[in-house]
Design a protein around this ligand. Structure first.
Ligand code: IMP
Ligand code: MG
Length: 190
């Protein structure tokens, strides 16, 4: 379980606004880099000798994770993206809308690449949809997992870090569209 070790408040002085929140580093760059490499190696071993797996990144949150993950893969892969919307602010709406779908996945071995599993609602909808479209197999690789928040029983086959019930941003994850560009993972202090 990841716990924050040092405090770093992001410098927002140049463009500060009343919406700014205080951030604390939860997982640093080097730790992320190491873990992403390990995940890629594990997935590569599992799919070695198979037909090219189709890695499906879930936009927008997984874009940075996906880019780093596929560059550490030791086997050839194919890449697609899906875009779903399930969140407003830091509270779940429990509703998932497909904004961009993935096609031609019949008979493919799919690896869903997700930023974080929270309630599990988003992921269970995505996995069901990919199965319905005739994928041969579906596995899930999630950078972060918050198991204490689960309302739908869904598990990832590959998990980067298990974290407590914090709302986190950075490395692709947002809070109302902000902070995706930060290279580390931060928790929002409340
Ligand atoms: P779930 O359907 O509740 O599992 O929510 C999954 C989606 O909610 C993720 O793909 C994220 O986009 C978003 N989400 C959940 N927790 C966080 C968080 O701590 N920070 C940023 N986004 C989050
Ligand atoms: Mg999101």
């Amino acid at each position: 379980m990841m716990e924050p070790r040092r405090t770093r408040v992001v410098d927002v002085s140049r463009n500060s606004s009343s919406e700014d929140v205080e951030l604390e580093v939860l997982i640093g760059k080097e730790e992320i880099r190491k873990r992403v490499k390990e995940l890629a190696e594990e997935i590569s071993r599992d799919y070695e000798g198979c037909e090219r797996p189709l890695m499906v990144g879930i936009l927008n949150g997984a874009f940075i994770f996906m880019a780093d993950l596929v560059r550490e893969m030791k086997i050839p892969v194919e890449i697609e993206f899906m875009r779903v919307k399930s969140y407003s602010g830091s509270d779940t709406t429990g509703k998932v809308e497909v904004l961009m779908d993935v096609n031609n996945i019949r008979g493919r071995k799919v690896v869903v690449v997700e930023d974080i599993i929270d309630t599990g609602i988003t992921l269970s909808c995505i996995v069901r949809r990919i199965r319905e479209k005739g994928a041969e197999s579906v596995r899930v690789c999630a950078l972060l997992d918050k198991p204490s928040r689960r309302v739908v029983d869904v598990k990832a086959d590959y998990v980067g870090f298990t974290i407590p019930d914090y709302f986190v941003v950075g490395y692709g994850l947002d809070y109302n569209g902000r902070y995706r560009e930060l290279p580390e993972i931060y928790r929002i202090r409340s």
